[in-house]
Design a protein around this ligand. Structure first.
Ligand code: B16
Ligand code: MG
Length: 216
């Protein structure tokens, strides 16, 4: 029986991927490293330092740890400036309606994002009230595809993973949901998210009845 739905943020609730891209792009340009939207796909769902590593790897560039931390901080400063533009209009289609229905039917709602800025984005989107728990990404030790962030969310919500649906747009995220023992709903391309129980283009028209059929 469906007890909780645990959402990823970027690519599921809103499309902050574009802002992450712009912030990384500025940094990569300054470093003289080639970086484009296609390569950016690999960074989706991947935490900040691991994303930087993917960019450096592409140029075969090695840097000392302190320098990497400074670059990651610099990217984050740019990102934080960009997300000041986020408003409720940036909610992806169907999200608000689904969150409202989940709340109304007493199904718990959690957020399992790799982003340390997740709380700020959720507040700017003005949907904070719909979430029973937002996992603190800073407290997550191992990134997706490790299931830690989803398991932490389920624990905080007081629900068994078997009664949870996880919603993800990234391959690593779908993997994390499966490893957590939850049912994955994919948002995006079925070719990339083939391991999800079901893949839809967006959450438009998604409701509790449809979600329930995935889990029973
Ligand atoms: P931050 P998600 C992820 O969010 C993004 O997809 C990924 O591109 C980003 O690097 C990561 O959060 C960390 O974000 O630098 O703000 O801590 O998809 O897990 O909601
Ligand atoms: Mg995502």
């Amino acid at each position: 029986k469906l007890a909780a739905v645990i959402f990823d943020l970027d690519g599921v609730i809103t499309d902050t991927a574009e802002y992450h891209y712009l912030a990384w792009k500025e940094l990569a340009d300054e470093l003289g490293i080639p970086f484009d939207r296609e390569y950016n796909e690999k960074l989706k769902g991947v935490d900040r330092l691991a994303s930087l590593q993917l960019i450096l790897d592409r140029a075969g560039k090695e840097l000392p740890e302190e320098e990497k931390l400074a670059l990651a901080t610099s990217k984050n400063e740019r990102y934080k400036k960009l997300i000041q533009q986020v408003t409720p209009d940036d909610l992806l289609p169907g999200v608000k309606e689904l969150l409202a229905e989940l709340r109304e039917k007493g199904i718990k709602v959690g957020l399992a994002s790799a982003s340390k800025n997740a709380g700020a984005v959720i507040r700017s989107l003005q949907v904070e009230a719909y979430f029973d728990h937002i996992v603190d990404a800073a407290a997550v030790e191992i990134s997706k595809p490790d299931p830690e962030v989803f398991l932490k969310a389920a624990e905080a919500l007081g629900v068994h993973p078997a009664h949870c649906i996880g919603v993800e747009d990234a391959e690593a995220g779908v993997e994390a949901i499966l490893l957590a023992g939850m049912t994955p709903l994919g948002i995006g391309d079925p070719k990339l998210l083939g391991r999800a129980k079901k893949v839809v283009g967006s959450l438009e028209g998604m409701d509790v009845e449809k979600l329930s059929t995935l889990i029973s």
